[in-house]
Design a protein around this ligand. Structure first.
Ligand SMILES: Cc1cc2nc3c(=O)[nH]c(=O)nc-3n(C[C@H](O)[C@H](O)[C@H](O)COP(=O)(O)O)c2cc1C
Length: 171
Protein backbone atom coordinates (compact mmCIF):
# COMPACT_ATOMS: atom_id res chain seq x y z
CA UNK A 1 0.00 0.00 0.00
CA UNK A 2 2.78 2.39 0.90
CA UNK A 3 4.54 1.67 -2.39
CA UNK A 4 1.28 2.34 -4.19
CA UNK A 5 0.91 5.68 -2.40
CA UNK A 6 4.41 6.67 -3.33
CA UNK A 7 3.78 5.89 -6.97
CA UNK A 8 0.56 7.86 -7.02
CA UNK A 9 2.22 10.75 -5.32
CA UNK A 10 5.09 10.86 -7.76
CA UNK A 11 2.76 10.92 -10.70
CA UNK A 12 0.69 13.79 -9.29
CA UNK A 13 3.25 16.13 -7.79
CA UNK A 14 6.73 17.16 -8.66
CA UNK A 15 8.57 17.69 -5.41
CA UNK A 16 11.77 19.62 -4.73
CA UNK A 17 13.63 19.30 -1.43
CA UNK A 18 15.82 22.41 -1.26
CA UNK A 19 18.03 22.90 1.75
CA UNK A 20 20.89 24.87 3.23
CA UNK A 21 23.12 23.18 5.78
CA UNK A 22 26.24 24.66 7.36
CA UNK A 23 27.43 21.57 9.26
CA UNK A 24 25.59 18.63 7.72
CA UNK A 25 22.69 17.99 10.09
CA UNK A 26 20.01 19.52 7.90
CA UNK A 27 21.61 17.79 4.90
CA UNK A 28 20.98 14.41 6.55
CA UNK A 29 17.35 15.28 7.23
CA UNK A 30 16.92 16.55 3.66
CA UNK A 31 18.25 13.29 2.23
CA UNK A 32 15.81 11.24 4.31
CA UNK A 33 12.98 13.55 3.25
CA UNK A 34 13.95 13.14 -0.39
CA UNK A 35 13.76 9.38 -0.05
CA UNK A 36 10.42 9.53 1.73
CA UNK A 37 8.83 11.87 -0.81
CA UNK A 38 10.43 10.67 -4.00
CA UNK A 39 11.42 14.29 -4.56
CA UNK A 40 14.54 15.82 -6.00
CA UNK A 41 17.30 17.11 -3.75
CA UNK A 42 18.67 20.61 -4.25
CA UNK A 43 21.46 22.17 -2.22
CA UNK A 44 21.30 25.91 -1.55
CA UNK A 45 25.00 26.73 -1.76
CA UNK A 46 26.50 29.99 -0.51
CA UNK A 47 29.04 31.66 -2.80
CA UNK A 48 31.17 32.05 0.32
CA UNK A 49 31.07 28.89 2.47
CA UNK A 50 30.53 29.36 6.21
CA UNK A 51 33.65 28.66 8.28
CA UNK A 52 33.46 27.65 11.93
CA UNK A 53 34.46 31.21 12.81
CA UNK A 54 31.57 32.48 10.70
CA UNK A 55 29.25 30.26 12.75
CA UNK A 56 30.47 31.40 16.18
CA UNK A 57 27.33 32.60 17.91
CA UNK A 58 29.32 33.83 20.92
CA UNK A 59 31.04 36.39 18.72
CA UNK A 60 28.83 39.36 17.96
CA UNK A 61 31.09 40.23 15.02
CA UNK A 62 30.99 36.79 13.41
CA UNK A 63 29.47 36.56 9.94
CA UNK A 64 26.38 34.66 11.16
CA UNK A 65 25.81 37.15 14.00
CA UNK A 66 26.14 40.12 11.66
CA UNK A 67 23.81 38.56 9.07
CA UNK A 68 21.19 37.54 11.59
CA UNK A 69 21.24 40.98 13.18
CA UNK A 70 20.43 42.48 9.78
CA UNK A 71 16.98 41.49 8.45
CA UNK A 72 18.05 42.79 5.04
CA UNK A 73 21.19 40.64 4.73
CA UNK A 74 21.02 38.40 1.64
CA UNK A 75 24.13 36.20 1.38
CA UNK A 76 24.72 35.32 -2.27
CA UNK A 77 23.89 31.85 -3.55
CA UNK A 78 26.04 30.08 -6.11
CA UNK A 79 23.28 29.30 -8.58
CA UNK A 80 19.57 29.30 -9.13
CA UNK A 81 17.51 26.12 -9.50
CA UNK A 82 16.64 25.83 -13.14
CA UNK A 83 13.08 25.09 -14.21
CA UNK A 84 11.64 25.77 -10.76
CA UNK A 85 8.30 26.26 -12.50
CA UNK A 86 8.17 22.49 -13.09
CA UNK A 87 7.72 21.81 -9.36
CA UNK A 88 4.43 21.82 -7.46
CA UNK A 89 5.78 21.30 -3.96
CA UNK A 90 8.92 22.86 -2.51
CA UNK A 91 10.30 21.74 0.84
CA UNK A 92 12.77 24.31 2.21
CA UNK A 93 15.20 23.10 4.86
CA UNK A 94 17.57 25.04 7.10
CA UNK A 95 19.25 25.04 10.52
CA UNK A 96 17.64 27.30 13.10
CA UNK A 97 19.88 30.31 13.66
CA UNK A 98 18.85 32.61 16.47
CA UNK A 99 15.34 31.17 16.32
CA UNK A 100 15.11 32.10 12.62
CA UNK A 101 15.89 30.75 9.18
CA UNK A 102 19.37 31.82 8.02
CA UNK A 103 19.23 34.85 5.69
CA UNK A 104 20.42 32.71 2.78
CA UNK A 105 16.93 31.17 2.83
CA UNK A 106 15.55 34.64 2.04
CA UNK A 107 18.04 34.85 -0.83
CA UNK A 108 16.79 31.51 -2.16
CA UNK A 109 13.12 32.46 -1.88
CA UNK A 110 13.64 35.86 -3.49
CA UNK A 111 15.67 34.35 -6.35
CA UNK A 112 12.86 32.05 -7.49
CA UNK A 113 9.22 32.44 -8.35
CA UNK A 114 7.48 30.22 -5.80
CA UNK A 115 4.02 31.71 -6.20
CA UNK A 116 1.28 29.11 -6.51
CA UNK A 117 3.49 26.34 -5.17
CA UNK A 118 3.04 24.52 -1.90
CA UNK A 119 5.95 25.52 0.35
CA UNK A 120 6.83 23.46 3.44
CA UNK A 121 9.67 24.48 5.76
CA UNK A 122 11.69 21.92 7.70
CA UNK A 123 14.65 22.42 9.95
CA UNK A 124 17.07 21.07 12.49
CA UNK A 125 18.15 22.83 15.66
CA UNK A 126 19.94 22.45 18.96
CA UNK A 127 16.56 22.33 20.67
CA UNK A 128 14.57 25.36 19.55
CA UNK A 129 11.28 24.79 17.77
CA UNK A 130 10.71 25.70 14.13
CA UNK A 131 7.68 27.87 14.97
CA UNK A 132 9.19 31.34 15.13
CA UNK A 133 11.17 30.85 11.92
CA UNK A 134 8.02 29.79 10.05
CA UNK A 135 5.95 32.65 11.46
CA UNK A 136 8.63 35.07 10.31
CA UNK A 137 8.87 33.54 6.81
CA UNK A 138 5.07 33.66 6.45
CA UNK A 139 5.09 37.28 7.54
CA UNK A 140 7.90 38.18 5.13
CA UNK A 141 6.36 36.31 2.16
CA UNK A 142 2.59 36.38 2.75
CA UNK A 143 1.79 35.63 -0.90
CA UNK A 144 3.28 32.13 -0.78
CA UNK A 145 1.26 29.04 0.05
CA UNK A 146 3.01 28.08 3.30
CA UNK A 147 2.23 24.80 5.02
CA UNK A 148 2.99 23.96 8.63
CA UNK A 149 6.66 23.18 8.90
CA UNK A 150 8.38 20.47 10.86
CA UNK A 151 11.48 20.16 12.99
CA UNK A 152 13.26 16.99 11.86
CA UNK A 153 15.76 16.68 14.71
CA UNK A 154 16.95 13.08 14.96
CA UNK A 155 13.96 11.83 13.02
CA UNK A 156 14.22 8.38 11.48
CA UNK A 157 13.30 7.72 7.89
CA UNK A 158 10.22 5.86 9.15
CA UNK A 159 9.08 8.80 11.27
CA UNK A 160 9.55 11.13 8.32
CA UNK A 161 7.50 8.72 6.20
CA UNK A 162 4.68 8.85 8.75
CA UNK A 163 4.66 12.66 8.64
CA UNK A 164 4.71 12.72 4.84
CA UNK A 165 1.86 10.23 4.59
CA UNK A 166 -0.37 12.57 6.62
CA UNK A 167 0.13 15.56 4.32
CA UNK A 168 -3.08 15.90 2.35
CA UNK A 169 -1.58 18.25 -0.21
CA UNK A 170 0.85 15.54 -1.32
CA UNK A 171 -1.94 13.14 -2.18
C1 LIG B 1 24.81 30.90 14.22
C2 LIG B 1 24.01 29.78 14.83
C3 LIG B 1 22.88 30.07 15.56
C4 LIG B 1 22.12 29.02 16.12
N1 LIG B 1 20.98 29.34 16.80
C5 LIG B 1 20.23 28.34 17.33
C6 LIG B 1 19.01 28.62 18.02
O1 LIG B 1 18.57 29.76 18.14
N2 LIG B 1 18.32 27.57 18.57
C7 LIG B 1 18.76 26.28 18.46
O2 LIG B 1 18.11 25.37 18.95
N3 LIG B 1 19.90 25.98 17.78
C8 LIG B 1 20.64 26.97 17.21
N4 LIG B 1 21.78 26.66 16.52
C9 LIG B 1 22.15 25.22 16.35
C10 LIG B 1 21.75 24.69 14.96
O3 LIG B 1 20.41 25.02 14.65
C11 LIG B 1 21.88 23.16 14.87
O4 LIG B 1 23.15 22.77 15.25
C12 LIG B 1 21.54 22.68 13.47
O5 LIG B 1 21.16 21.31 13.52
C13 LIG B 1 22.72 22.83 12.50
O6 LIG B 1 22.32 22.39 11.22
P1 LIG B 1 23.36 22.20 10.02
O7 LIG B 1 24.36 21.15 10.46
O8 LIG B 1 22.52 21.72 8.89
O9 LIG B 1 23.99 23.52 9.75
C14 LIG B 1 22.54 27.68 15.96
C15 LIG B 1 23.70 27.41 15.22
C16 LIG B 1 24.43 28.44 14.65
C17 LIG B 1 25.66 28.11 13.85
Amino acid sequence: QQKQDMNNRQSNNKILVAYFSATGTTADAAKKLTKATGGELYVITPVKPYTSEDLDWNDKQSRSSVEMNDPKARPAIKSKKENISDYDVIFIGYPIWWDLAPRIINTFIESHNLKGKTVIPFSTSGGSSITNSVTTLKHTYPDLNWQTGKLLNRMSENAIHEWIDKLEFLK
